[in-house]
Design a binder for this molecule. Sequence first.
Ligand SMILES: Cc1ncc(C[n+]2csc(CCOP(=O)(O)OP(=O)(O)O)c2C)c(N)n1
Length: 344
Amino acid sequence: MPPSTQDSKLEPELQLRLHDLMVKSRVLEETLISMTKSGDGYFWIGGPGEEAFNVPLGLLVDKGEGPAHDYLHLHYRSSAILVAMGAQMIDSIRQMRSVATDPYSGGRNFVNHFSVHAWNVVPVSPTIEVQYAMAPGTARVQKREGGTGITIVNGGDAGAAEGDFATCLNWSSRPGQELPVLILVDHNKYGISTPSTEQWHLQDISKRAEPFGIRRALVDGNDPEASWQALSEAMAYIRKERKPFCLQANVSRLYGHSSSSGAARVDERDCIAEWEGKLAARGLLSEERAKAVWEKYRQEAKAALAQVREEPFPPPEDIWSHVYAETDGSVGHAGRTTGERTEG
Ligand SMILES: Cc1ncc(C[n+]2csc(CCOP(=O)(O)OP(=O)(O)O)c2C)c(N)n1
């Protein structure tokens, strides 16, 4: 039998939407990488190769502000999650160029370090894995408040060797006080240049959740359908049972670790090429239509970069803005009062 549009549990419209957002995310990352080479930006780190897992995740998030909605404690390879949630390409380009209009950090953090109050996206930390220890905090509030909001935390395989990951497993699973947390490990087989086989006896790190009584699964993160399915099931379980779930996604790292290692394209599975092949076989996507999607986003990125080049850099005096929470005028940092600080 030839493949048909019936070969997926997902509606054709959703299959094409996944493709569209995966391409958008990839074009964005490729633009950010090119900015490091053209002098439009400095350090790059990001998530090309994780789109097939992160786009479904972003679409499945219950987006909003406060404990009734999902909280996201992410790391620096999460761009496709944000794109699928509705983040604008131009805003990542702004952060890459460190301009004042960057809505995530006012041009003060490096790229893919998101922070979106209105969507419960907690500021991303360049210090790896701290997010795993923080996630139970928002989940505790959600457990207390009731409702269906969950906490989502992701990170890499190497970082999962740190104590913060164990803290997350332990605090999420205390008997009678289990927390609604989706604990994700994005396994790309490396920690910078250290192969995971030299660091871990275990290649399915979700198995670490077993002794904590936490349900777990492993998914091919290069397959958007499998990812959609695994994430839907895990999230439905957490929303209903108010208990944790640990999911490992095996993903690719298509441009190496970061610009520090050259950000050159490497030969690993490419989830977009694979997905385009499947959609074509199902008669859903012609070569021409696929090309048009790529072109649409390349044009958007190009126009965004041209605009951002005209935008101002932050003034030196706002260096201290947002370092600590602005509260009631009491002592902020280094003896200054919040009132003395320049607001950004
Ligand atoms: C606490 C801490 N230790 C070391 C580093 C340096 N560092 C940055 S990324 C990285 C590798 C992380 O690998 P992994 O957790 O597998 O995530 P990946 O980058 O592969 O997605 C390291 C060691 C850091 N940023 N923070």
